[in-house]
Design a binder for this molecule. Structure first.
Ligand SMILES: [Fe+2]
Length: 346
């Protein structure tokens, strides 16, 4: 089940060109391309005649021509030419999807087009700030339901076992977690005081010795995560800590796009508050992050198989409180949306 009235990432902007391309979001096949004016267009990827995907056809100026019988559609999905010489049937149209480019990503609205407001796309305050560096983004296909990745991103504990060589430190095993419900999602966080920085961060923080570390794991509905890592010299962190001029902050943005019930396209990039123009540092961090996310991918693929085919009940632990709350609230939002849709259809 998916929330439909929401923005999802459809692709990196660089992946959408003048070539017709098929993407799949929430189980729907969609044809994306750019107009001659460089605007991104997204249309239902099925000609209404014999359902050949439009992405198998040809782009002609700002129209798409079906590769079977030449039916031609404009950017609004309206058929503007059909063979046979007669009138164009009124049902000769495909559904257009609202899209919007932001943060180098193409965002797509999957629900009622009248409700699509680009202002509701996640706000990333430091995205264009010259004080912040960016670890260039990437994407990967996950062989699991998108909510398993949302679970993972509300689960600061897993780093102790899944990311031993990068994000793990002894304190990540058993320091208690705090769960907060917000208007837009769930935050699970904890401060871990006075310990050696985890290997990935040890390479990038600009102070020596032990640290105080914040893990802030936040997922917003339907499936967008902000993972904030704060490292500050030991004694200067904590909820009321004075922090320090050498405090290191990394904001990791993660966007999960459901492809099917068991496939997800996972997009990400990170912003950091140190050495914004250091390309080498950006590359190193991007590579390390990709490596860590491959570790998640391997685990989540097996978890998907394990949970689908379980032969005995699974259990929940206290560390799962955040993800269970997130799932419950999202389920309620989906149920409400379906109820309203059913009323409108009646
Ligand atoms: Fe992870």
């Amino acid at each position: 089940m998916f929330l439909r009235n929401a923005w999802y990432v459809a692709a990196w902007s660089s992946e959408v060109t003048r070539d017709l391309k098929q993407i799949k979001v929430l189980n729907e096949k969609i044809c994306v391309f750019r107009t001659e004016e460089d605007e991104v267009i997204a249309l239902e990827d099925a000609c209404p005649h014999r359902k050949l995907p439009l992405s198998k056809g040809r782009i002609k100026g700002n129209t798409v021509e079906c590769g079977y019988h030449g039916l031609t559609f404009d950017c609004a999905g309206q058929c503007v030419w059909a063979p046979g010489g007669g009138r164009i049937p009124s049902a000769a149209k495909v559904r257009p999807y609202p899209v919007h480019e932001k943060y180098g990503l193409v965002w797509i609205w999957m629900g009622n087009a009248a409700m699509a407001d680009p202002e509701e796309i996640i706000d990333i305050p430091n995205f264009d700030s010259p004080e912040w560096g960016i670890n260039s983004g990437d994407a990967m296909e996950l062989q699991c339901n998108y909510l398993l990745m949302c679970d993972n991103l509300l689960d600061p504990s897993h780093v102790a076992w899944v990311h031993e060589s990068s994000f793990a430190a002894p304190a990540t095993k058993d320091t208690p977690l705090r769960v907060t419900k917000t208007e837009t999602g769930i935050i699970v966080h904890r401060w871990m005081m006075d310990h050696e920085p985890a290997p990935f961060y040890k390479k990038v923080v600009e102070f020596e010795g032990n640290c105080d570390r914040l893990q802030h794991y936040e997922v917003r509905y339907p499936s967008h995560a902000l993972i904030r890592a704060v490292f500050t010299p030991a004694g200067t962190g904590g909820p009321d800590g004075p922090l320090h001029e050498k405090t290191f902050v990394m904001d990791s943005y993660n966007f999960m796009t459901p492809v099917t019930e068991t496939e997800t396209r996972y997009y990400w990039f990170q912003l950091r508050n140190v050495r914004p123009d250091d390309e080498k540092l950006s590359r190193m961090m991007a590579e390390d992050v990709r490596h860590a996310f491959e570790e998640d991918r391997a685990v989540l693929h097996e978890v998907q198989i394990g949970m689908t085919n379980k032969q005995s009940p699974h259990i929940d632990l206290s560390i799962d409180a955040g993800q269970l709350r997130f799932r419950r609230q999202l389920e309620a939002m989906i149920a409400e949306e379906q109820m309203v849709d059913a009323k409108m259809d009646a």
